[in-house]
Design a protein around this ligand. Structure first.
Ligand code: TXA
Ligand code: MG
Length: 342
């Protein structure tokens, strides 16, 4: 299949492909999504095929207005907490999980009795959803397991020839996927951290839990609340190793392991002192910038071709730092060296 490359003057072309059951890569403010008509099970199945995604991993349904939830009859009941969160953070990088109706195809919910809903802030995403006149199911537009795409170029690198079209809307500003919160549990619980921080959610809802799988590897036999959390994810081909320790310990460990096949994923402040190839995520305490460039950096590691080992500092878990931590620790397959314990 030939993949068309569309620009934002061609929203109607993208919408027509979607109405006819096709799959289109679309920009959102978090990452690019691989979209299909969420109410058409056959169309949604094509997403799984293009990504090589396990069928037990459910998809997020994207809408272009809060009222779309009732208009398309997606959930059996809208909890008060959802209204409060929508008021505060929609449109934006927040996905809410609620009890679904039977309108949601089994391909979308992957056998769960819930559905994840998001109203993205990106004007091109909103325009496509409106023009297609249907909610769009969309996972991140990467091959399953790879870093998520934040540009149309990234999408083409993974999906050229596998999808009908990609719509170029520039680089994604947030850079990591949306925060996923379940409102179907007794206490609202964050299943995946993202642009809307746990601190921000607590300000609106009061009590909010953070799922164990956000920071830790799931123990064998424990079922993931969010099926996507159980897979190794976001990983470049090179081996990512996280180092826990202060700046000095990080720099001296990396320099002691220097070589042509080594690269450091670091902060601007470390650049002058490292004697290996470097990729900087931004300034040390600028978590928003680190989130924005994380996936681009993870993709660039492999472009070089020679890098086999990547050392990265264990990021902060504060604010949006928690989202960066969550993605990096998965990219590293939970491999952390504690420099203080050496
Ligand atoms: O920012 C985003 O959320 C992007 C853009 C395209 O909107 N989408 C995205 O989708 O990241 P995806 O499929 O890559 O990640 C969705 C995550 C997965 O971990 C999935 O298991 C979880 O949300 N999820 C989806 N529906 C769920 C449900 N009903 N219950 C629990 N987890 C769910
Ligand atoms: Mg994904």
């Amino acid at each position: 299949m030939k993949t068309l490359v569309l620009d934002k003057t061609q929203i109607d072309t993208a919408a027509n492909i979607l109405k006819n059951g096709g799959v289109v890569g679309i920009p959102t403010e978090t990452v690019y999504g691989l979209a299909a008509d969420a109410l058409n099970g056959e169309a949604v199945a094509k997403i799984f095929k293009a990504k090589g995604r396990p069928m037990d991993n459910p998809l997020i349904v994207h809408i272009a207005d809060f009222s779309d939830i009732t208009r398309f009859d997606l959930v059996s009941e809208i909890p008060e907490s959802a209204k409060a969160l929508a008021e505060a953070f929609w449109p934006g990088p927040l996905t809410m999980i609620m009890k679904r109706t039977d309108v949601v195809p089994k391909e979308v919910s992957a056998g769960l009795d819930t559905v994840a809903v998001r109203f993205p802030a990106h004007p091109v995403a909103q325009a496509v959803i409106k023009a297609a006149d249907t909610p769009l199911a969309a996972p991140s537009a990467n091959l399953s397991g790879s870093p998520s795409p934040t540009t149309a170029r990234h999408v083409l690198n993974d999906m050229d020839g596998r999808i009908d079209a990609v719509l170029d809307g520039g680089s994604s500003e947030v850079g990591v996927e949306s925060t996923v919160i379940t409102l179907a549990a007794e206490v609202p619980r964050v299943l995946r951290p993202g642009g809307i921080t746990v601190e921000m959610l607590r300000e609106v809802l009061g009590e909010v839990e953070v799922d164990d799988a956000v920071l830790h590897r799931l123990k064998d036999g424990v079922q993931a609340a969010s099926p996507g959390m159980k897979y190794k994810h976001y990983a470049p081909k090179a081996n990512v190793i996280l180092l826990k320790g202060d700046d000095k310990a990080f720099i001296s460990y990396v320099n002691a392991h220097a070589g042509d096949e080594v690269c450091a994923l670091c902060c601007d402040e470390d650049l002058l002192e490292l004697s290996v190839k470097t990729l900087s995520l931004g300034r040390r305490n600028d978590y928003l910038t680190q989130a924005r460039y994380l996936f681009d950096c993870l993709r660039r590691i492999d472009e070089n071709g020679t890098v086999k080992t990547v050392y990265s500092r264990l990021p902060s878990t504060k604010g949006v730092g928690l989202a960066v931590y969550n993605r990096l620790i998965r990219a590293a397959g939970f491999e952390v060296i504690d420099l203080e314990a050496l």
